[in-house]
Design a protein around this ligand. Structure first.
Ligand SMILES: NC(=O)N[C@@H](CC(=O)O)C(=O)O
Length: 431
């Protein structure tokens, strides 16, 4: 029997408590466990630190199979553990595409084998992400991977009939379609947010309406068929308004925002540094403020990283040729601390809701996003919120280094992560 005592941590940011883990389970939570049941336990001194439920990322690109030069299930789940995650949902835009039971089972098994973080594969909505023909959604759901989230992320399911059918199909087993909202015709040749900066730089603009028009259509489709839709990476103030309206109407919609859309704006593109090139693009200060407010008031349900690793050669080139995407697993919590907690918009308990409880609910991740209480699986994250330090990508566990935060000071550091009672991260080092 293995026992770990986490001593004096502020559980969800509240009063200091001791938390006892026995094997895989939380077996005691209280103010002084040292004398009683905790005898013989290995002690983790956590005075002043915040204890959260293990984080859950609904939007991670692990790249395996096919682009192991940028990330693998092993390196990606090590990055996840470093960032405090105990479960990640792996996007389907791999090579081959995760559009069959075979591919999703492979990704699922790799996650289990490596043991750093649970991997829940996301299945493609359409065969080959081509938007033409529904993939085998039922077979992926019934496979060992038990897929519940389907997405063509990287591409939009732009055909309204295909989207309708997908929504109808997943309804039968309580699944959800996660839409990458990007009207393709409106974003042909787009390189950055359409606005003042794109006009000045002479780069192809990506209008907000390309995102908003798809969200408007899809919440109406979800209402029409009585199904559940999730909107990936909201990036505009208008998208927030549409989701707010849909929720007020009782439509079953959930939405995510990435850490980078809570912090960075299209002003960064003036550097022409492709590290800032991402899909959806960085928007304006007004959008950033609307996204923060929406995450605070619950219009946006969760923070999801959209961790999109790319090798050096795909990013270290001219803007137009560069791949889109940023890594995010290892900096997400720090960015949320800076933009949402230190601004007074969220408490740590709210962070637990938006980065663990709610994503686990949306994706039906069994055993994750559970309260820190007796009898629950010990999936936990310990955060030193007082820490201040510059981001050094050389220390990343991810195989890729395409972070927009290199050299930037960010607050907070995950010191320990526990996956079912086993430490995957100890004192900031992978176990
Ligand atoms: N978010 C990104 O900028 N990139 C994603 C896919 C995508 O959404 O384009 C990727 O897979 O690299």
């Amino acid at each position: 029997m293995s026992k770990i005592l986490i001593r004096g941590a502020k559980v969800l940011g509240g009063e200091p408590q001791d938390v006892l883990i026995t094997d895989e389970t939380i077996t005691a939570v209280g103010t002084d466990l040292t004398v009683s049941s905790a005898e013989g336990a290995q002690v983790v001194e956590a005075g002043g630190k915040i204890l959260l439920p293990g984080l859950v990322d609904l939007h991670t690109h692990l790249r395996e199979p096919g682009r192991e030069d940028s990330e693998t299930v092993l390196t990606g789940t090590r990055a996840a553990a470093s960032g405090g995650y105990t479960a990640v949902f792996a996007m389907a835009n791999t090579f081959p595409v995760a559009d069959t039971a075979g591919v999703v089972e492979q990704v699922y098994r790799l996650g289990k084998e490596h043991g750093y973080c649970d991997v829940q594969p996301i299945g493609a909505v359409t065969v080959g992400l081509e938007g033409k023909k529904l993939a085998e959604l039922g077979a992926m759901h019934e496979s060992a991977a038990g897929v519940t989230v389907f997405s063509d992320d990287g591409k939009c399911v732009d055909d309204a009939v295909i989207m309708r059918r997908a929504l109808e199909y997943v309804k039968a087993f309580g699944g959800v379609v996660a839409q990458h909202a990007q009207e393709p015709r409106l974003t042909e040749g787009a390189q950055m947010n359409e606005g003042v900066v794109s006009a000045e730089l002479g780069l192809g603009g990506w209008p907000a309406v390309a995102e908003e028009s798809i969200i408007a259509r899809d919440v109406l489709l979800a209402e029409h068929v009585g199904s559940r839709v999730h909107i990936c990476h909201l990036s505009t103030a208008g998208s927030v308004e549409i989701v707010r309206w849909a929720k007020s109407r009782g439509i079953d919609v959930t939405a995510e925002v990435t850490p980078h859309h809570l912090l960075l704006t299209d002003e960064m593109v003036r550097t022409y540094n492709p590290v800032y090139k991402v899909n959806p693009p960085l928007r304006t200060e007004r959008d950033v403020m609307a996204l923060r407010e929406a995450l605070a008031d619950g219009t946006i349900d969760i923070v999801a990283t959209d961790h999109a690793p790319h090798p050096h050669e795909d990013k270290d080139c001219e803007w137009a040729a560069a791949a889109m995407g940023m890594v995010g697993l290892e900096t997400a919590l720090s960015v949320v601390q800076q933009t949402m907690v230190e601004t007074g918009l969220l408490t740590w308990a709210d962070v637990a809701e938006r980065m663990s409880f709610a994503p686990a609910r949306i994706g039906r991740a069994t055993g994750h996003g559970r309260p820190v209480s007796v009898g629950e699986p010990a999936n936990l994250t310990l955060v030193d919120s007082a820490y201040r330090g510059e981001v050094d990508p050389a220390g990343f566990a991810s195989r890729s280094r395409n972070t927009p935060y290199e050299g930037r000071e960010l607050p907070g550091r995950v010191t320990h992560t526990f996956l079912r009672g086993r430490a995957t991260l100890v004192d900031g080092k992978l176990a």
